[in-house]
Write a protein that binds this ligand. Structure first.
Ligand SMILES: [Zn+2]
Ligand SMILES: [Zn+2]
Ligand SMILES: [Zn+2]
Length: 345
């Protein structure tokens, strides 16, 4: 099988799902792309932004004049903490089933500056963000009702992020959500069969093959996974085996900040626009059990395909069958790797 020429499907070893790859259809999507770099036109402070320091949020609550990071309970929370435990299963048939889901939703502003992003913030500022993530993960994960803590960032209007102010969200839930639940099953099964960690073995393979690696430092490696669905998808994995931010070694918060800055600034160079994406950390559940199978990682899912405006859609066969891509993950990684080495301006 020629992975660069023949249509084939690839297994996502982390979820046990497949992706269809059609390399014969690919033309290098970035050829001939000559658009100018768009510099952020956002002001450092926006009087109408509900995340800027000192401004009023929904319901009249006013933000403090914060100077680093700022955490608050989401005013439009999708989850509530005080929900009585209950299960519905009509006639015990397993057809009309519902579980109660207590949870907590918070927002973290990365910076008081309205116009910055992870790509343009200084490394020391990003480190303050990583330390805030660690604190929040620990605090929420320690709550008895909370068994999973999902930290994620939606960036760009294309991803539904209506406010450019740099921020992320935390949704902490009683159940383990679908995506990490699939990964839990796969990592557990691999550990049972091989008595080793799935992602430790995968990272070792990728580090040897090198074709999908984008950039790396002493703590983390960023790569386009073999099974990537999104054109420029990136997986960031810890080099060392550990399950969550709770287990960071002394310098790992620093290395995480460094690699996130590198990945996001590389993305901004692809089409010379602030690159939209959803990103988030997948960490071991906080259910009180040991999770030796879980390997800390982050996913970046950016929608852009061919230019600043042409995005990938998940429709048709992808919605009803299997996700599909044209440019190979190896080809996307090569492009990202070149850009990771280049300077932005
Ligand atoms: Zn703002
Ligand atoms: Zn591992
Ligand atoms: Zn994951």
């Amino acid at each position: 099988m020629k992975l660069t020429e023949d249509p084939h499907r690839r297994l996502n070893a982390l979820t046990n799902e497949w992706v269809l790859v059609s390399p014969h259809r690919a033309t290098r999507p970035w050829q001939g792309e000559v658009s100018q770099l768009q510099i952020s036109s956002e002001p450092a402070y926006d009087p109408n932004c509900y995340l800027c320091p000192g401004n009023a949020r929904a319901g009249g609550i006013r933000n403090p004049a914060y100077s680093t990071t700022f955490v608050f309970e989401n005013d439009f929370a999708a989850l509530k903490p005080q929900v009585p435990a209950a299960r519905l299963d009509v006639d015990g048939m397993g057809l009309l089933v519902a579980d109660s889901e207590p949870g907590i939703c918070r927002v973290i502003c990365f910076s008081p500056r309205h116009d910055l992003t992870l790509a343009t913030m200084g490394l020391e500022e990003i480190e303050l963000v990583t330390h805030t993530w660690v604190g929040q993960f620990r605090e929420l994960g320690d709550l008895t009702d909370i068994n999973y803590v999902q930290i994620f960032e939606n960036r760009g209007a294309m991803m539904g992020a209506s406010n450019p102010h740099p921020h992320c969200q935390i949704w902490a839930t009683a159940s383990t959500p679908e995506a990490p639940a699939k990964e839990l099953t796969a990592q557990r099964a691999y550990k049972q069969v091989h008595d080793r960690c799935l992602l430790c073995d995968y990272v070792a393979l990728e580090a040897r093959q090198k074709v999908r690696v984008v950039c790396e430092n002493d703590g983390f490696i960023a790569l386009v996974p073999f099974w990537a669905v999104w054109p420029f998808e990136i997986l960031v994995c810890g080099r060392r085996h550990f399950g969550s931010m709770n287990e960071f070694a002394a310098d790992e918060a620093h290395f995480l900040g460094q690699i996130l800055q590198r990945v996001t600034s590389t993305y901004d160079k692809v089409f010379r626009v602030p690159f939209p994406y959803s990103m988030g950390f997948h960490q071991s559940p906080t259910d009180g059990a040991d999770h030796p199978e879980w390997h800390f990682h982050a996913h970046f899912y950016p929608p852009l395909l061919r230019s600043a405006t042409i995005r990938k859609f998940m429709v048709g066969f992808e919605m009803l069958g299997t996700p599909q891509r044209d440019i190979t993950p190896e080809s996307a990684a090569e492009r990202l790797r070149e850009l990771a080495g280049a300077s932005l301006r």
